[in-house]
Ligand binder design. Structure first.
Ligand code: WTA
Length: 707
């Protein structure tokens, strides 16, 4: 992190300030769950103790089929670019598809539920998946000319064609980079350019909230954006939501755009041999937001990643091949990659995917799906749980489904929401894991082991097997468990799911994740390289962590990471805007929402048109999910004497919390003006927030500190 802000009042950081957190009671896992759990013998803790690191992870690697076994479990010679299972060779597509053919070729690998309730659910067996993956791989190879090591960008919604495309790439060692379907064409274009993709795979349209959205139009914008950044897309492969019927208004460009369903006719029955890849070969890129600059492409490995998601899916998701597992996330995010596609399919289970929004056409939809398909493991995010609770608190009761296991992931969950999830959605029968981790991590970092550790609402639990977290203060001193003090959560050791680097930016990788607490830059000893996660946390005396949210300038909206810099850059593309600042505001449903503060250029008067232009610009540059809740036009931003915008001050105003000391600002007088303007408008439009929890207060106070 950069040097302390001169106007930041505290000589000692927030990490030093004790907070009185309320301790929640434990919930024990049901006996019935324990009896059938994959991990129900406490001896597992000994096997994964620090003393057995890194060899403990052989247990995960042994869950895969390797073409050649590794020579070295963990190679630290190029620290902190860790290499796992070096010398080993395998293929991820083979492990997720082919190896299950003999025992369960006729079992459903994927069950794909379209959003419209009158459209048929697709049941794709492992044998069907094998056929589809091979045919598309043949097309990619022979028609699109992609080769091992190339990157290729997908901009696909939640349709079966997405996992098929991923596994087709994995089969050939082609690195896929899926961009969340809800992102804009421009956002997709930046990612095409950064990854130097020549091929874009997209779809004409998909259903969202009852509407068939035109998606192919975004491809044209993406290609334009990428071109401006020097990257040319040669071919666009367009899957059709309804094969044979084109639902987009965007014209197909001759010689560039092709319908996949038409091309596939030439590849019927073709088989592409899986390419045996080195364990450390990249499997995919997943772009994510950071504090500054463009999103970074987290590069995940083949062997370490697949071993890690397979092991954690077995022990933490308790997936057995006979289960019907439904992770209600989007494959456009890391959760979907790891825990809809790679982990579950590697274990040979049945993984359910759903195209649309949770509340379409009503808040009973997820429970109808669960009942009809016999789902027994359910996995989703707090934002979805909050929405379902708000719109249909009584709905789960009406349906006859039974979950043995449920997950919450992506943001801190309020204990109250947790309890509704447990009592109503889980009917008191399901165990819950609150899994804390990040795009960069491949798989879970903090969670309870469901049969062996009790749950505690609002806490993710201790570090997972073989992962040893620690909380450091700003000076690198350990903040002890039970002290009630918050600090920066770090992981002391490498684990197989950790990303290998930021695509094309190795210095940024070291700088962002390791420089802060590194003890010796030349060291080859992993003990000297704690991983800085960028989250604030507090550890209770029992070792459980409570995650408080980001310590950098990332705003987590409904589990989606948005960088303040990206939001601000998008905003200043509006002509009238001189300066912009993004802050988070506590939101009942989405966890956090974005508020923009803008200062207009001299001579420009505030108007609703400018506010709308800002929202539009953000939608165009990033996507609808980033649309701000409010755009505040102010005469001047509160600034330090060196001219930096004090985001923590405006964050305090937006959330009706204490703005802290403002006497060191260059222009303290603007604070009252802005407060008056913003808060009186919020009061009159009914936007006064409820009383904030200590965790939320802490997060708002900390916001903007990383500058
Ligand atoms: C937050 C999503 C509290 C955290 C897998 C992290 C959580 C960021 C939890 C990563 C959780 C994720 N409890 N906070 N269980 N899980 N987070 O990269 O701030 O989209 O740094 O990965 O989400 O978001 P990302």
């Amino acid at each position: 992190m950069a040097e302390a802000d001169e106007a930041y009042e505290a000589p000692i950081s927030e990490a030093q300030i004790a907070v009185h957190w309320r301790e929640e009671e434990y919930y024990e896992p049901p006996e019935k769950f324990i009896a059938q759990a994959n991990a129900n013998d406490p001896a597992i803790f000994e096997r994964f103790s620090e003393e057995h690191f890194p060899d403990c992870f052989i247990e995960y690697a042994d869950m895969l089929e390797w073409d050649k076994r590794w020579d070295t479990v963990l190679d630290t010679s190029d620290a902190p670019f860790w290499k796992w299972f070096v010398g080993g060779r395998l293929n991820a597509s083979y492990n997720c598809v082919d190896r299950h053919l003999e025992a369960r070729g006729d079992q459903a690998a994927l069950i794909c539920v379209p959003e419209p309730e009158d459209q048929e659910t697709q049941r794709i067996t492992y044998r069907d998946l094998h056929t589809r993956v091979n045919e598309f791989a043949a097309l990619l190879r022979d028609f699109a000319g992609v080769q091992t090591g190339d990157r290729i960008t997908f901009h696909l919604p939640m349709v079966p064609e997405l996992p098929v495309s991923m596994l087709a790439c994995a089969r050939m060692g082609v690195v896929h980079s899926e961009v969340f379907g809800g992102f804009s064409g421009a956002a997709c274009g930046h990612r095409i350019a950064d990854s130097q993709s020549h091929i874009l795979v997209t779809m004409d349209a998909y259903y969202r909230n009852g509407e068939l959205l035109d998606h192919k139009v975004k491809a044209d914008e993406a290609i334009e954006t990428a071109r401006k950044e020097g990257q040319e897309i040669e071919k666009v492969l367009v899957w059709r939501r309804h094969p044979g019927r084109y639902e987009s208004k965007s014209p197909m460009v001759e010689g560039r755009d092709f319908f996949v369903d038409e091309l596939l006719k030439d590849y019927g029955g073709q088989v592409v041999e899986p390419v045996s890849m080195p364990a450390e070969a990249p499997l995919f890129l997943m772009y994510t937001s950071g504090t500054t600059g463009q999103p970074k492409g987290a590069q995940h490995s083949t062997g370490g990643y697949l071993a890690y998601v397979t092991g954690t899916s077995r022990y933490y998701q308790d997936i057995h091949p006979e289960d019907t597992y439904w992770c209600f996330a989007d494959i456009g995010w890391i959760t979907g990659h790891s825990y809809i596609v790679y982990g579950p399919l590697s274990l040979g289970t049945t993984s359910v995917m759903y195209e649309g929004v949770p509340t379409y056409p009503d808040a009973g939809r997820p429970w109808r799906i669960a009942e009809r398909l016999g789902v027994n493991i359910f996995h989703t995010a707090p934002t979805t749980i909050r929405m379902l609770r708000k719109l249909g608190p009584e709905e789960p009761k009406k349906y006859d489904y039974h979950f043995k296991h449920m997950t919450t992931v992506g943001e801190p969950i309020e204990p109250d929401v947790w309890r509704w999830y447990h009592d109503e959605v889980g009917k008191g029968e399901a165990v819950i894991v609150d899994t804390w981790w990040q795009t960069e991590n491949g798989g879970f970092l903090g969670s309870t082991l469901p049969a062996l550790q009790p749950m505690k609402p609002g806490s993710c639990g201790p570090g997972v097997l073989g992962v040893f977290p620690v909380i450091y203060d700003e000076f690198g001193e350990e903040v002890p468990a039970g002290s009630g003090r918050a600090g920066n959560i770090c992981i002391r050791n490498p684990w197989p799911g950790i990303f290998e680097t930021i695509w094309g930016q190795p210095e940024r990788f070291v700088e962002t994740y390791y420089a802060k607490y590194n003890r010796e830059p030349e060291s080859k000893d992993w003990h000297d390289w704690p991983y800085f996660a960028g989250d604030g946390a507090v550890q209770a005396a029992d070792g459980y962590f409570r995650i408080l949210g980001r310590v950098d300038d990332v705003i987590n909206v409904a589990g989606h990471r948005l960088g303040t810099k990206e939001l601000e850059s998008a905003t200043i593309t509006v002509d009238e805007i001189a300066e912009a600042a993004a802050v988070p505001v506590i939101d009942e449903l989405r966890g956090r929402a974005v508020e923009m503060y803008v200062a207009l250029k001299p001579g420009i008067s505030p108007s609703p048109e400018i506010q709308e232009k800002v929202s539009k610009a953000i939608e165009t540059e990033i996507g609808k999910i980033a649309r701000p809740k409010n755009v505040w036009m102010v005469s001047d931003m509160p600034k330090t004497r060196s001219g930096k915008i004090m985001r923590r001050v405006i964050a305090g105003i937006s959330n009706f919390t204490d703005v802290g000391d403002v006497t060191t600002l260059a222009n303290p007088e603007v604070v009252d003006d802005i407060r008056h303007h913003v808060q009186s408008e919020k009061v009159s439009s009914g936007q006064v927030p409820r009383e904030l929890s200590p965790e939320e207060l802490e997060e708002i106070k900390r916001f903007g500190q990383s500058e």
